[in-house]
Design a protein around this ligand. Structure first.
Ligand SMILES: NC(=O)C1=CN([C@@H]2O[C@H](COP(=O)(O)OP(=O)(O)OC[C@H]3O[C@@H](n4cnc5c(N)ncnc54)[C@H](O)[C@@H]3O)[C@@H](O)[C@H]2O)[C@@H](O)CC1
Ligand SMILES: [K+]
Length: 504
């Protein structure tokens, strides 16, 4: 698990690293730039025949750019270096490295208001080292003009953060002039902006470049934001037991499906059955019985009295994991059935799709949600629950407030799905890809989560584990058959591989 830190926290960690490892600021910069250099050379080998234009500000992000330029120059890459002084005082590290470049006779050009005629070819590469985590106000004036010109380039690699973007909160940033990077090499610590959809087109693909910051110093920083990694899940996985039988692996219930939407029930049931549940029951209207008995013979079907949709859920105390929502529809009698279930149930629920939409239209029922439930909205469903937001930052505030209010977990689905806890901690997922953005993916997640709760995982563990394994199944599917063709059925097909990889 990596901590997502603010600029001020990163500065403290940098400082402690230097103190504890007896490094000067120049030495730390040298290490940072060397790691950037190594990554750049191996990951962007195909740029080797291009001219690399490196644009440096006169702070420490610019310092990183100068050191990287020196290293690429020595390694015989074709580099052109430019710097501009947006601040009247150069940082010490920038100044020292500028001297070095001059001493080594590496050509370097100063840009200013009167001189910034840039000639960059289509195949050339721009490295953006203008501003990093030190940006504390919107970019304006001359440097803004330079950013606009650079944005005409096709290949832009940003160092640490695309210039013009702030690490954590951009609500007071006009965002008029922001580098639109194709890739961002962020220095060791993930920043909140990396996970926010609004800034995705400025950040491009991103990579974290480890520079050996002091682990204790990172430990000492407090943050509500975390980047969840595969290794975190391994610790949560329950060992399998030799004498396990279907009864000890938990009995799950899925309340899903309605006329015309039985596919959702089939998907979530199959996902649950691939996620270790001992026994699975599906509550469904009469029209779904034959479909489910054929498509999911391993499951038991509990038949509603209604032909087309769910109207009546009787007793649920025997189930440890209960998932409700996929393909449920929003018929009036289904709404009543949900209300009845909420009054009846004490164990946490997995709540998805139409069950969320029903809750959104009955806000007074939110207080009936059992503590520790897991809600899995996509942004549209979440908006119906909490109203519009004006920025990603506000969206996270609403998420925290909502989870606290309903004392439950929310997995807000999307790229870097975000799990928020009732205590207001945020965990961004590191698995998953855009090939999963298709109907049925969410139904699969509901099935997985229901199965994990049934097996006795706590809501928090189930939410982390489920979110990670779901995304990983998507990543394996993308690798095996490609993002275009993969669909929800493939997520189920690759779930066993994902579970095995997490267990390894
Ligand atoms: N020892 C260290 O501190 C390390 C720093 N590193 C690099 O240093 C960067 C941070 O460096 P700095 O703190 O010097 O900051 P930056 O280089 O990001 O920015 C430079 C300065 O510009 C000024 N500024 C802020 N917003 C502005 C605006 N809109 N218009 C004009 N000027 C503005 C501020 O005074 C700021 O300090 C990181 O992003 C990273 O690239 C890395 O080398 C790792 C080690
Ligand atoms: K930058």
């Amino acid at each position: 698990m990596k901590k997502v830190l603010s600029s001020s926290a990163i500065r403290r960690v940098d400082k402690k690293t230097m103190e504890r490892l007896s490094l000067s600021s120049l030495q730390l910069m040298e290490i940072a730039a060397f790691n950037l250099f190594q990554f750049f050379c191996s990951h962007f080998q195909f740029y080797q025949t291009s001219t690399i234009h490196i644009f440096c500000g006169n702070g420490n992000n610019g310092g990183d750019g100068l050191v990287l330029a020196r290293m690429l120059f020595k390694a015989k890459w074709k580099v052109k270096v430019y710097y501009l002084r947006f601040s009247s005082k150069d940082s010490n590290e920038f100044a020292a490295n500028l001297n070095q470049l001059n001493e080594m006779k590496i050509p370097i050009e100063e840009l200013n208001e009167n001189r910034f005629d840039l000639s960059i070819q289509q195949s050339d590469v721009v490295i953006d080292a203008l501003f990093g985590s030190g940006l504390n106000r919107s970019v304006q004036g001359f440097v803004g003009k330079v950013i606009d010109i650079l944005n005409q380039s096709e290949h832009i690699v940003a160092i640490d953060i695309p210039s013009g973007l702030m690490a954590a909160d951009n609500r007071n940033n006009s965002l008029e002039h922001v580098i639109k990077a194709t890739a961002t090499l962020s220095i060791q610590v993930p920043k909140l902006c990396l996970f926010q959809p609004t800034y995705a087109e400025c950040i491009g693909e991103w990579h974290l470049i480890d520079i050996g910051l002091d682990h204790m110093a990172l430990e000492e920083e407090q943050t509500p934001y975390y980047f969840l990694e595969r290794s975190d899940i391994k610790k949560l996985i329950k060992p399998s037991r030799t004498f396990a039988h279907k009864g000890t692996n938990g009995h799950g219930l899925l309340i899903s499906g309605s006329f015309g939407m039985m596919g959702a029930a089939v998907l979530s049931a199959n996902a649950a059955l691939r996620s270790g549940v001992g026994l699975l029951s599906i509550h469904t209207p009469k029209c779904g019985v034959e479909i489910l008995q054929q498509a999911v013979p391993q499951a038991m079907v509990e038949v509603d009295i209604h032909q087309y949709f769910t109207t009546c859920i009787q007793s649920v105390e025997q189930y440890k994991g209960i998932g409700i929502g996929p393909g449920l529809g929003q018929a009036e009698n289904t709404q009543k059935a949900i209300h009845h279930l909420l009054q009846l149930v004490i164990q946490p629920l997995v709540i998805d799709a139409d069950a969320l939409n029903i809750l959104a239209s009955h806000q007074d029922w939110l207080s009936l949600i059992p503590t520790g439930s897991i809600l899995t909205p996509h942004p549209g469903e979440f908006k119906r629950l909490v109203g519009e937001w004006n920025s990603d930052e506000e969206k996270l505030e609403k998420l925290k407030e909502f989870c606290g209010k309903v004392k439950s977990y929310v997995i807000l689905k999307g790229a870097f799905s975000c799990l928020c806890t009732p205590e207001g901690l945020f965990y961004f997922n590191s698995t998953g890809n855009e090939g999963m953005a298709k109907g049925g993916s969410g139904d699969v997640l509901t099935g997985i989560l229901t199965a994990l709760l049934a097996q006795g995982y706590t809501s928090e563990s189930a939410a982390m584990f489920g979110m990670m394994v779901h995304g990983l199944a998507g990543d394996i599917a993308a690798e095996s058959i490609g993002k275009v063709s993969m669909n929800a059925l493939d997520l189920i097909e690759f779930l066993p591989h994902a579970f095995m990889q997490l267990n390894d």
